[in-house]
Design a binder for this molecule. Structure first.
Ligand code: 6PG
Length: 220
């Protein structure tokens, strides 16, 4: 388990932004575009705020999402909206921005999104819930077994549908980084480190974990 521990969520955001910058510049030496899939949840906020103001070739960055709620882009629950309001709206330029159309039927959204995705994602961000889910691949849901690139997944504990990268898609990305903060994630992380085989997130192949001190508190 490859991980880096940061004192605070804000320090994690700065560290993640430094990694973003170095990966972006390295990728653009090889390819014309840098393709990023953003995760949902609240943790990415620290990354978004740390990226603002950095002078980078933003016009060569393409933005995608690794999952989305079944809401429209103006909803307070939209993963797209958080990234737009906290990052994209503050950038001087941007390449393609392809949000998941959460406002339409989730099966149609998954089908359409699979068609607009690029051949491969350079950097896929993920978060982890305190139940060990990642993206919208929750324990006990059908999405865990989904094949293809994008799936519609009903999540009984939330009583709602989600649209999410499949594990196949996540594991095709050139780089995967998991940003995890908070004491409530510590015990699940310890089980993941021990390869308990209990948690969906364990199916992500060889990610880089960026953790704050609290989330890492049970890692020996
Ligand atoms: C979502 C996310 C989800 C999230 C985790 C962690 O749409 O909610 O994609 O997988 O990353 O639940 O969320 P926090 O970062 O808020 O703890």
């Amino acid at each position: 388990m490859r991980y880096e521990v940061f004192e605070t969520p804000e320090a994690l955001g700065q560290g993640a932004a430094d990694l973003f910058e170095s990966l972006l510049l390295a990728t653009l030496r090889e390819r014309d575009r840098f393709r990023v899939a953003l995760s949902g949840g609240s943790t990415p906020l620290h990354l978004y705020r740390a990226l603002r103001g950095r002078e980078l070739p933003w016009e060569r960055v393409e933005w995608y999402w690794s999952d989305e709620r079944t809401v429209g882009p103006d909803s307070k629950d939209s993963n797209y909206r958080l990234a737009h309001d906290e990052l994209l709206a503050h950038l001087p330029a941007s390449g393609r921005v392809e949000r998941i159309p959460g406002e339409i039927d989730p099966h149609e959204a998954a089908r359409r999104y699979a068609e607009v995705l690029p051949e491969s994602i350079d950097l896929c961000y993920l978060g982890m819930g305190d139940d060990g889910h990642t993206a919208s691949l929750f324990p006990g849901t059908e999405g865990l077994a989904a094949t293809g690139r994008v799936t519609a997944n009903f999540v009984p504990r939330l009583g709602t549908w989600r649209v999410s990268f499949t594990f196949e898609e996540i594991n095709r990305a050139h780089n995967v980084q998991l940003l995890v903060t908070g004491q409530n994630k510590a015990s699940v992380l310890a089980e993941v480190r021990a390869h308990a085989g209990k948690h969906p997130v364990e199916r992500v192949k060889d990610p880089l974990w960026l953790l704050d001190r609290e989330a890492a508190s049970q890692l020996a």
